[in-house]
Design a protein around this ligand. Structure first.
Ligand code: 5CA
Ligand code: ZN
Length: 412
């Protein structure tokens, strides 16, 4: 699948510290990106509706990671999927009487435009579920050879007990797993399953649903196996990070890891699992199914500067759950205008400590709010509003402009 155009990123004269990230599976901060190439898989959209602030916040968070890795001297390899066939997409297409392929293409295209406007670095490989069906079929074959797949009325299930490490990603106990499995695409109550938590890897054809030929009959892939297959094929074993929003910790990332452990006993799936917090609006998690949404495209259509949207997202730590409030956006519009004024003055407050501080903040679990505060202090000092008014650095504006762009993705 085609991704979107890459923003131009200025090179910085200083090298950033190595990145440390909070790994959900160990609940600790750990060094990240050990090799010369850092490898990242981020779970992409299910394209049945437009990009909302929750999606945008998650993709901006992993964009900060790519930038932090690159600024620390690593090269990066980034893969993202598009769940372009799955229950929620098919249900929406049927409800609004649109062909599911058309709906997926339209919403994916809108997503590309939204993320381009927000200067989010595109993945190197942008891979759809439909185009990955041959990979999924091969992977199910490996799971079958390992004796971890069984059939219920023509549907194939992965047996979670086949992986002794099942549960290691979320660290949840069974009661908690069972409580949310049904709400997040699982079918804990289905009769004939060996374990309520087993997940579908191949769903046999139903009338009116798309289906593809396979050695196990016509059907379509289950959700989790799509990401397992794409990540393992396009990144190999033991890549650095699997990322997504915190709603994917269980079952999605847990199942991806277990399927990979069983199919490929040669190595771990991802070294770390990194999760962005949930963005809410009007008292609830922003979600396509609840309909309490603020869309990036809607704001763009009303001529809101995408950089102001981005700056709003950056002021929340990526791991926090938070609520979008419209006034945050207007505050960011003002802040951005001040920053733009500050980088245009002839001589500004010294940039060097700001560069070092911002890069250090981002290397320490992507602390964008701290990075924003440092640039804000610099802007205030440069404009003479701060107590530290000092405008002795003639290169400060150029340097801060490059810094905001390279480290935070903000074009001033
Ligand atoms: N296609 C699957 C992943 S393989 C999926 O979860 N699609 S999605 O469209 O529902 O979500 C896309 C990404 O946005 C996921 O990483 C998800 O965790 C994240 N996300 C969804 N809602 C929110 C929210 N309210 N706040 C933050 N992130 C969110
Ligand atoms: Zn995924």
């Amino acid at each position: 699948m085609r991704a979107w155009p890459a923003p131009e990123i200025p090179a910085l004269p200083v090298r950033a510290p190595s990145v440390r990230l909070f790994d959900s599976s160990t609940q600790t901060l750990a060094p990240s990106g050990g090799g010369p190439e850092a490898r990242l898989y981020v779970c992409g959209i299910t394209p049945y509706d437009a990009t909302h602030m929750g999606h945008a916040a998650t993709y901006v968070a992993f964009d900060l990671l790519v930038r932090a890795w690159r600024n620390s001297g690593l090269t990066t390899r980034y893969v993202q999927n598009v769940t372009d066939v799955d229950d929620p997409l098919l249900e929406r297409a049927e409800r609004v009487h649109v062909d599911w392929v058309e709906l997926a293409e339209r919403e994916t295209e809108l997503f590309r435009h939204d993320l381009t406007a927000m200067r989010v670095i595109p993945p190197d490989d942008y891979i759809g579920a439909v185009e990955s069906i041959p990979l999924v079929i091969d992977l199910i074959g490996l799971l079958q050879e390992a004796g971890s797949v069984y059939e219920v009325e023509g549907d194939l299930y992965f047996s979670v007990t086949a992986d002794p490490r099942f549960g290691a990603v979320s660290g949840w106990d069974r009661a908690r797993m069972e409580a949310v499995f049904g709400e997040r695409g699982g079918d804990p109550e289905r009769v004939g399953k060996r374990d309520p938590l087993d997940c579908v890897v191949w769903r046999r054809e139903r009338p009116g649903e798309p289906a593809w030929d396979s050695p196990f009959g016509r059907g379509r892939p289950g959700w989790h196996i799509e990401c397992t297959a794409i990540a393992r094929t396009h990144l190999g074993a033991a890549f650095d990070v699997q990322g997504g929003g915190s709603d994917l910790v269980f079952p999605h990332h847990e199942m991806c890891a277990s399927e990979a452990h069983v199919a490929y006993p040669d190595g771990p799936f991802a070294h770390a699992f990194v999760h962005a917090g949930m963005v809410g609006y009007a008292g609830e998690k922003m979600s396509k199914s609840r309909g309490n949404l603020v869309f990036v495209s809607q704001l763009r259509n009303s001529d809101v500067d995408p950089m102001a949207i981005r700056l709003t997202l950056l002021q929340q730590h990526y791991r926090s759950d938070w609520e979008w409030v419209d006034s945050m956006l207007w505050d960011s519009v003002d802040m951005l205008a001040e920053w733009r004024r500050a980088v245009s003055v002839e001589s500004g407050s010294p940039a060097q400590p700001v560069v070092e501080g911002v890069l250090a903040a981002l290397a320490e679990d992507l602390d964008a709010p701290r990075a924003v505060a440092l640039i804000e202090d610099w802007a205030q000092a440069t404009l003479g509003h701060g107590h530290l008014a000092d405008t002795s650095d003639p290169h400060a504006g150029t340097m801060i402009r490059a810094l905001a762009d390279a480290a935070l993705g903000l074009e001033l």
